[in-house]
Design a protein around this ligand. Structure first.
Ligand code: NAP
Length: 280
């Protein structure tokens, strides 16, 4: 039962109505008997700074930040922690008992946990990443903390790749779509394939061949047009759903200090996605 004592958390983005994060977090709160509730808030860019500034005053203990605000929010919190400081991107805000807003990024560790679950060893991999936004930065930083051989970044706006190259100039370079043909692992960190872009593929699937691995960070739809096309070409494909659950679990642990019930959260995410797909 929600009461005046109920602790609040939310996801802030635009658009955000498709988000499965409320299902994931509320199932975890319920499983552990916590008096918390998590809601999705579609906040416009013009209201974002004002909203973040009152987050603590109106009683929120934590927030998830999603597209397109991860970089903007990095400039709005009181302190940036760990990965968030290095990549100027925040996907999780923790409100301390003093009301300080801490900015964290759990996307990179969430991505590595997803690779781990899929038994994908990063050692010696030639990696390609599509995109240079918040998710691309987080995933790249985590990969560069591992012994990958190289990382090629392919982005619509090449100047936006500078931060990524600066993370490790000896292993990271800016490339073009054809460079992805020689990568062992390719990650899509663009929205090309979701929402109004559902009919698009981020690059030509014909560039890929069997033996490559493609991870789409998109989790809705669960199988993007690119994933379907690549599977037919014998490429191993992985959906963003596992990363979504793992990054959420890390946020949950930051807010509550408790171990996240990963199985419960995974089941909630999958059943929410099935329910959304039945209603679309
Ligand atoms: P972001 O910071 O807004 O970055 C978006 C990136 O996509 C930028 O590099 C942008 O290029 C590129 N892009 C956007 N529209 C494009 C278009 N029409 N054509 C070509 N490139 C385009 O977003 P983000 O937070 O990094 O999120 C990126 C994707 O990852 C989203 O699909 C998001 O849902 C997904 N994601 C999934 C998880 C998960 O847990 N599974 C976690 C985080 C993010 P420019 O630099 O040229 O603008």
């Amino acid at each position: 039962m929600i009461s005046g004592h109920t602790k609040l958390a939310c996801v802030i983005g635009d658009p955000v109505k498709h988000s499965v994060s409320p299902a994931i977090h509320n199932s975890a709160f319920e499983a552990l008997g916590l008096d918390w509730v998590y809601v999705a808030l579609e906040v416009s860019r013009s209201n974002l700074a004002a909203f973040i500034s009152i987050l603590s005053d109106i009683g929120f203990q934590g927030a998830s930040i999603t597209m397109p605000y991860k970089e903007t929010v990095a400039g709005l919190v009181d302190v940036l922690e760990g990965d968030a400081r290095k990549i100027s991107s925040v996907n999780t805000i923790r409100v301390t008992s003093e009301g300080t807003l801490e900015g964290h990024s759990t996307d990179g560790p969430g991505f590595l946990a997803c690779l781990n679950k899929e038994f994908i060893d990063t050692e010696g991999l030639k990696v390609g990443i599509l995109g240079a936004g918040g998710a691309a930065r987080a995933v790249s930083l985590s990969l560069l903390n591992n012994p990958i051989e190289s990382l090629v970044v392919v982005n619509r706006t090449p100047e936006r790749c500078d931060l990524l190259v600066g993370l490790d100039p000896s292993r990271v370079r800016v490339g073009k779509p054809s460079d992805l043909a020689s990568c062992d692992l390719v990650i899509n960190a663009t929205p090309l394939g979701m929402g109004s872009n559902q009919g698009l593929t981020p690059v030509d699937p014909g560039l890929f061949s069997p033996g490559q691995i493609y991870v789409d960070l998109i989790y809705w739809p669960p199988a993007t047009k690119m994933m379907v096309a690549l599977e037919k070409r014998g490429v191993r494909v992985v959906s963003g759903i596992s990363m979504l659950v793992h990054q959420a679990a890390l946020a949950f642990e930051l807010w509550t200090g408790l171990k996240a019930p990963l199985d419960v959260m995974t089941r909630a995410a999958i059943s929410q996605l099935i329910s959304q797909s039945n209603h679309s």
